[in-house]
Design a protein around this ligand. Structure first.
Ligand code: XIL
Length: 385
């Protein structure tokens, strides 16, 4: 477990509330505090503020992390008004073997959202990250299929998952990370079907037909600023928007575009001289909004330098600034539906799960490993106020 170096009072609050969360003792000075505090954070604030702003504030959620850790579920269920499957609808989880679908993890997240009256989003149906093959997102049996077999499988996968969560999930990441850093299509398992972007159009078409009202998203990383990559993403999104498909809504035929929105992952850096350029991000986001698309920050986290799991107060403060900037950016645009953080406690983060990928960085989330409030949490809250 990592531990962040944070200011004294925050550590104290964290310690008090871990015991409260463990249900041994409720150490709350007043009923006012008792209402809003869970495991060290004034959790109600984020959710309430987001609702007042007409946005959703969400987190990636993984049901197994709640086992033996009541704070994980308590904070996720109270502080956020949206949850997204962290792994539940990824190909290797949902379609682990030939002809076999496994919805247990995604169902658990759907049920968690229902219980907590939260928006529910599913992520990410068609994805094959070439630089992270160790994650095994596309199982071997799929890679071994003929291109025609893969074409059929893609259609079945998208249709099965979207149909299952129709009426429950508001939003789905249909295609994730189709581009490389220079804006060329990744020549991955899915691209190989037609050796073109045809697989993307097919996936969106299948999703739209499976549930005409679910919001369909294209998602990408490192595209927050104007670049060859974000320009390629915009071009693709525009072409998806220009194509329509006839669907039935309330028994009536309606033509809908293939896409509703674009998600910017927003895996940010927060160290010295690593602050994002707000003007550039604003210009970029505006051109997507002007194309008639909804936008969302879908996987916000801000990794900072760490040594043996510890980060300096200066870096933690800078991290807070980045969280505030990013959340504020979304607030500027009515078409920005909200922000999802990719994990909310430093106890559970994909950044530190893969130390080789982000060597020397960590503590990327809004709460510390003991669920204590960090400047990052305050940054999000300030931006929503
Ligand atoms: C990560 C999850 O957090 C991990 O648990 C999983 O093993 C691999 O994927 N971009 C994405 C997310 O779109 O789906 C990734 O999530 C992080 C990078």
């Amino acid at each position: 477990m990592t531990s962040a170096r944070v200011a004294g009072p925050a550590v104290l609050v964290g310690a008090l509330l871990v015991s409260a969360c463990g249900a041994t003792e409720t150490a709350t000075p007043s009923s006012e505090t008792a209402k809003s505090r869970v495991c060290g954070s004034d959790v109600a604030d984020l959710r309430e503020l987001a609702e007042q702003r007409g946005k959703t504030i969400g987190t990636a959620y993984r049901s197994t992390f709640a086992e033996g850790d009541p704070c994980y579920a308590a904070v996720a269920g109270t502080a956020f008004n949206s949850v997204t499957t962290e792994i539940g609808t990824m190909t290797n989880t949902v379609a682990p073997g030939p002809g076999r679908f496994d919805f247990r993890e995604a169902d658990a997240v759907a049920e968690f959202a229902r219980k907590n009256k939260q928006d529910f989003q599913i992520h990410s149906l068609v994805w094959d990250p070439l630089d992270q093959q160790v994650w095994g997102i596309v199982p071997g049996y799929v890679k071994k299929m003929s291109t025609d077999g893969r074409r059929v499988f893609l259609n079945t996968l998208v249709t099965m998952v979207v149909k299952r969560y129709a009426g429950r999930a508001s939003t789905v990441t249909v295609v994730n990370e189709p581009f490389d850093q220079s804006g060329r299509l990744q020549q991955n398992t899915w691209w190989q079907i037609h050796r073109s972007d045809q697989y993307i159009f097919d996936a969106f078409r299948a999703a739209r037909s499976a549930d005409p009202t679910m919001k369909l998203y294209l998602n990408e990383h490192s595209s927050e600023t104007v670049s060859d990559k974000s320009t390629a993403l915009l071009d693709l999104a525009r072409r998806l928007r220009a194509q329509t498909v006839e669907v039935q809504i309330d028994g009536r035929p309606v033509r809908k575009p293939l896409i509703d929105g674009v998600g910017f992952q927003a895996h940010m850096l927060g160290g010295a001289d690593q602050q994002p350029r707000i003007e550039d991000m604003r210009t970029n986001m505006r051109r997507f909004v002007d194309a008639g698309l909804d936008v969302r920050l879908t996987e916000l986290d801000v990794r900072i330098p760490t040594e043996k799991g510890v980060s300096t107060a200066a870096d933690l403060n800078r991290q807070g600034d980045v969280y505030r900037t990013m959340t504020g950016l979304c607030r500027e645009f009515e078409a920005c539906t909200g922000v999802t953080v990719w994990g909310f406690t430093d106890k559970r983060s994909w950044i530190t799960d893969y130390p080789a990928t982000f060597s020397g960085y960590g503590n990327a989330n809004v709460l510390g490993a003991a669920y204590q409030v960090k400047p990052a949490w305050n940054g999000v809250e300030q931006a929503l106020r």
